[in-house]
Each structure stands twice: as C-alpha cells, then as structure tokens.
Design a protein around this ligand. Sequence first.
Ligand SMILES: C[S@@+](CC[C@H](N)C(=O)[O-])C[C@H]1O[C@@H](n2cnc3c(N)ncnc32)[C@H](O)[C@@H]1O
Length: 310
Amino acid sequence: MAEQIISREFKNRWINFYGKNVTERILRELEQSDPRIISPNALYTTRRQLQESLESQGFRFAPETPFNCLILEFEPFNIVATSEYLSGLFTIQALTSLIPPKCLNPSSESVVADLAASPGIKTCLLAEVMENTGTLFAIEKAKKRIPALKSNIARMGIYNTFILNCDARSFPGLNVKVDHIMLDAPCTGTGLKLKKNKRLERRILNDVTRQSLIQREILDEAWKQLKIDGTIVYSTCSLEPEEGEVQINNFLARHEKQVQVLPININIGNPGNLTRWTKVYDSQISNTRRIFPDQGMDGFFIALMKKVRE
Ligand SMILES: C[S@@+](CC[C@H](N)C(=O)[O-])C[C@H]1O[C@@H](n2cnc3c(N)ncnc32)[C@H](O)[C@@H]1O
C-alpha cells in the first residue's frame, strides 16, 4: 500500500504542508517509474540528428519533446550500449535535472561554480549552456564520487571544467569570486521516485534537520563568493519545506536587502508557498518553484536568486 513507502511521521507532515489530496497524489506518483529521458548534447548534435540515428537502430520515442529532450518508449537493447551514448551525444536523466542549468545565463567569460557536482549530470548541462567557454568549477566532497564525475565530463567532451574534491563550505578558501553558482544541494531526496530511492522508508526527521543545516552552511559560504549582480540557483529533490521554501525564507531573512528572488520561467510545478507553514514570510517565496512527483518527474524545489547591492 502507498502509505508504507514513507513513515507516518512524514506523511502527516506532507498533509499539514500540502493538504490531503496532494499528499495522496504524491504517494501514488512516488511508486511509478519514469520513462528514460534522453537529452542531446548540444555541443555535438541536435535532437533531430540524434533521434534519426537512434530510430534507425530500432529505438522509439514519444511524440512530445519536453525541453528539447526525447522520451524513450522502446529500446531494442540498452541505450547506454549505443555508440551515440559512448561518444557523449546524449545524457540520460530526470526531467527536473534540466531546469537548474537553464536558469543561469553565463557569458563566454563567466566564472561559474557547481558546488555539489557528482555524478555531474547538471555539470555537463551547465557546460553545454556555457558552450564549453568560460570557467566552470565542479566541486564534490565525496572522494568516491569523483570518478563518476570525471567520466561524465570526459564522455561529454567538456573542457571548460576543473574538478575539485573538497567541501563546498570551504569554497571561500579558494578566493575565487564567481558570476554564477549552481547548488543542487545534498538533501533527503524524499521527492525521488521509489525506484531510485531505496532509502525512502528509512528516512527520519533527524535527516531533514541534518541536511537542511548543511544546505544552510553551503548557501551562506557560497553567497560570500558571489559577485554583485551574480546569480545562484538552489535546488533539492526533496519534498520537505525545510530544504525548500523554509530554507530560502530563512536565507532571505539573514541576507535581507542583498537578495532578489527571480521568477523561473517554466510552466511546470507551482509557485513556492508558505501559507500552511507560517503567517509571516517573505513574499519573494512565490518566485520559487515547487514541483510534485508527476509523470516523468521527481519532486523538486528550485529557487533562483540574484545578489544585489544593498
Ligand atoms: C544531489 S547530489 C548532486 C547531483 C549532481 N548535481 C548531478 O546533477 O549529477 C549532491 C552531491 O553533493 C555532494 N556533497 C554533499 N555534501 C557536500 C559538501 N559539503 N560539499 C560538496 N559536495 C557535497 C554529495 O556527495 C553528492 O554527490
């Protein structure tokens, strides 16, 4: 039964925050598995070219092409065994992964940091947005997750990226001021579909407290290194408000007049909302985006913030 996929404690929190109907829908959707989403590597190919060459080998795709991607409907053999995959013509990922890199608008001179990078799906997409120009720092704390990051960057033909194996909280120690930051933060992952999330039923409230503290610390350190007029995109695949709306609301309170929350121009999800949580909150929260698990999508939260002069 749907309720067993997460503890009653979490389910009750979701009912308080999102209401009963949305919670029932979340529980149903978390049990569904998503189709594979194929994102063409714009550095090397176009969607049409890629689709034609994969279809000639028997792969079939849905007629819709969200975010210029292909939704895989049938594979005659595992698509990662194709020469197209091995030579970096595409990545396979969640639809939500495509959103954060597209929110930033780097120029060919920009210095950009991805503060929680491995396995590098979003790093590669960001390098694509940067057209392999400028400088991208891909920071990852876990040593054992560096090989996956390296291999994705190499496979996708990316050469504007430096990989750094360090804690994002020590980022100011590098003494680099950056134009843009992507923080796809470590989180409880309660928005991830069950198939990718074996730990969901073991999640406890303490995990939320621990992860939201790390997110807060990384955000505050990252902010010090962001240039005026620079932007930071913050995201988590969590349904917990402390890792989403509440995290950003507290960030706005700490940094007050320095932060402008920018609208995110996508027509999926809902505006971030704190009305069920607290009566007093920053109205800029409505520019953040809350995405519920849905067909083809994990649960996700995203906020885009600009650093302005006080
Ligand atoms: C949500 S995953 C990132 C997924 C990645 N952005 C992608 O799209 O492929 C979070 C990553 O942050 C790393 N991490 C956790 N704490 C960190 C810290 N303090 N500094 C840097 N990286 C950290 C984790 O090891 C994990 O690889």
